[in-house]
Design a protein around this ligand. Structure first.
Ligand SMILES: Cc1cc2nc3c(=O)[nH]c(=O)nc-3n(C[C@H](O)[C@H](O)[C@H](O)COP(=O)(O)OP(=O)(O)OC[C@H]3O[C@@H](n4cnc5c(N)ncnc54)[C@H](O)[C@@H]3O)c2cc1C
Length: 304
């Protein structure tokens, strides 16, 4: 059934690939998640539009992803089409102090391109494992920096295929939020304005931040980074640790012993394990402190 339903998709992407019943565990940094009915690798805006409009005409759900580093896909997988941009839309160009990256470009690669051009401003992003598109949508940030500080304008596609550029203020950036989430806009390209800097200083700052991450974050185990958003006036990791939940386990999912803000997959975790652990952690923290923590990870798909 799936095969017949999605057979025509391949024809929309002459140079690309369409994978059917593709396990999302292969496309998420948590390494969990059931199969997507179809996963497509578009190579340009026209191909993105062709797939999105094809889906819309058939009432088939669709979603765009980047590197899957902020996703928790449920064990039953995703009905409809996943468009993954990081495979073929990952170009990066630098002209003077302006860096233009396609949505699928990796953020660390983009930060390295800035370093190579002696441009400062993206040091904060050098260790965030997402794509440029995912980082713009989430307004990703770390160590006092955030995408909103460097993004000058963004090329977006509306669900009807209309493509336009939005400048920084039009993006309505907030904490881990942008207009894209409100209007289902697909990020195609981001233009960033950086400043001329000293290559050695930029490189040194990136190394320093990488060392801090290695020391404080469980980078050796699959995760999706911070599980919960920072509640106003608090730090999620600290609240979880103070609630005695560090090391807490459900199946193969564990609150990291190194950083309580991360849930890690010890091997063989299911999405159900992770979701149960998230509920247990949030419930315990709320009963103890009255603070309700909201997930930062985007939860997709259906249960088994
Ligand atoms: C070890 C680790 C450390 C991390 N550290 C940080 C950190 O310091 N700071 C931080 O902010 N985050 C951090 N993260 C989380 C994650 O890397 C960021 O949120 C990142 O921006 C997500 O990008 P992505 O391409 O992986 O997005 P995905 O996980 O693929 O998608 C995230 C959301 O964006 C949407 N999306 C993705 N691409 C597009 C697009 N082109 N157009 C429209 N919608 C799109 C998806 O539908 C989804 O809703 C960390 C994650 C890990 C695993």
């Amino acid at each position: 059934m799936t095969r017949e339903r999605y057979a025509a998709l391949a024809g929309l992407l002459p140079q690309g690939r369409v994978l059917l019943d593709e396990s999302m565990a292969r496309h998420t940094s948590f390494r969990v998640g059931g199969p997507a009915d179809a996963l497509a690798y578009p190579g340009n805006a026209a191909e993105v539009a062709a797939v999105v409009l094809w889906c819309a005409q058939r009432d088939i759900p669709w979603i765009v992803i980047g590197n899957g580093t902020n996703l928790l896909v449920r064990d039953g997988g995703i009905r409809g089409v996943v468009l993954k941009l990081s495979e073929r839309m990952h170009g990066i160009a630098v002209e003077r102090n302006r860096l233009t990256a396609q949505a699928g470009a990796s953020l660390p690669a983009t930060a390295r391109a800035a370093l190579a051009a002696s441009l400062t401003g993206l040091e904060f992003a050098s260790g965030i494992p997402g794509s440029v598109g995912g980082a713009v949508v989430m307004n990703a940030g770390a160590y006092g920096g955030a995408m909103e500080q460097v993004v000058r304008r963004v090329e977006v596609m509306a669900p009807d295929g209309d493509v336009r550029w939005l400048d920084g203020p039009e993006m309505r950036f907030g904490y881990r939020h942008s207009r894209c989430a409100e209007e289902r806009l697909t990020v195609l390209t981001a233009e960033m304005e950086l400043e001329a800097g000293d290559t050695d200083l930029i490189g040194a700052r990136m190394s320093e931040l990488a060392a801090q991450r290695r020391e404080k974050q469980p980078l050796n185990l699959p995760s999706a980074g911070s599980t919960f958003k920072r509640p106003e006036g608090h730090f999620a990791g600290k609240l979880i640790e103070e609630a005695g939940m560090k090391g807490e386990r459900v199946g193969g999912a564990q609150v990291s012993e190194l950083h309580a803000g991360f849930i890690v997959n010890l091997g063989g975790a299911t999405a159900t394990d992770i979701l149960s652990l998230m509920e247990r952690v949030a419930g315990t923290v709320e009963r103890r402190t009255g603070v309700r923590m909201e997930p930062e990870v985007r939860i997709l798909g259906e249960d088994l």
